[in-house]
Design a protein around this ligand. Sequence first.
Ligand SMILES: C[S@@+](CC[C@H](N)C(=O)[O-])C[C@H]1O[C@@H](n2cnc3c(N)ncnc32)[C@H](O)[C@@H]1O
Length: 251
Amino acid sequence: MRKENTDTFDWTSHIAELGDRPALTDPWEQELVAAIIRHVPKTENPRILEIGCSNGRWLNWFKDEYGGEAHGVDNNPAGSAFVPNFHLSDARQLPFSDGWFDIVFSFGLVEHFPTRTERLRLVREHARVTKPGTGIVIILIPNLDISLDRYYIKLYYDWRRGYKHYVVTARELKRAFRESGLIDVAFQWNGWIVPSLARILLGHLKKYLPRPAVAIETLCERRLKRRLPPTRWTAQNILLISRKSAGGDEM
Ligand SMILES: C[S@@+](CC[C@H](N)C(=O)[O-])C[C@H]1O[C@@H](n2cnc3c(N)ncnc32)[C@H](O)[C@@H]1O
C-alpha cells in the first residue's frame, strides 16, 4: 500500500509563528549561510525559487543577499499572506516550465515524503525547473542518518508534536541528485547539535529556576565557544549544493 505524507502537525500555526528572516543565531544557520555565500555565485537578477516555503523567511534572506525575483511554492495556503510571489502547488508537480530558475532550494522538505520513489521524484522536480549549465539546486535536510539529531527529532517533533520525519540518508540524497542530473558543488554536515539542545533545556529550566539557569548559560556560552566541528554523528543537518548539468555528457 502506498504511504501518504499526511500527519497531524498544524502547519498553519507553525507558519504564523516564524519570523520574517531566519534568526542566524544557531551554528547550523551560520554554517549554512556561509556555505551558500561561498558556493553560490552572484548573477544579475536571478530567479529564485523556494519549494516548501512556509512564510518565506529563507526566501527573504536569499532576496536580501542575491537580489532578483523570488518565488515560493507551498501546498499550504497560509504562506500566501507573507510571500509576494506565492504559488499554491504540490512540490512534486511545480507550475513552472523547464529551466526557469537560477537558484532552486528547499530546506526541511524532502524528509516529509515517506518513500524513496517520492523523494526521487521531488528532487527531479527541483532539477527540472533549474537552468541547465549554470542553475544551482540547494537542499537541506535534518541529519536523520545515525545521529543525535535523529533521536531529538523523533522524540520532540514526531512523537510529541505529531510532525512526521522519514529517514533520508546522505547517501540516498547524493544518489537522487546524480540521478536528477545534478553535479555536486558542496556537501557538508552542518551544526553541532549540543548548543541547540543546551539552549532548549536551559529555556525550560529558566521558567522554574531562573538564577541557576542563567549561571549555567553563562558557563556554557564560554565553553561552547570552543565547540567541536559537526560530524556525521553530531550534525543537525545535511546540506547539498549542486549545479545542474548542461547535458548528458557532464554527468
Ligand atoms: C519544515 S517546513 C520548512 C519551511 C521552510 N523551508 C523553513 O525552513 O522555514 C516544510 C514546508 O513544506 C510544505 N510542504 C510539505 N509537503 C509539501 C508538498 N507536498 N508540496 C508543497 N509544500 C509542501 C509545508 O507546508 C511546510 O510549509
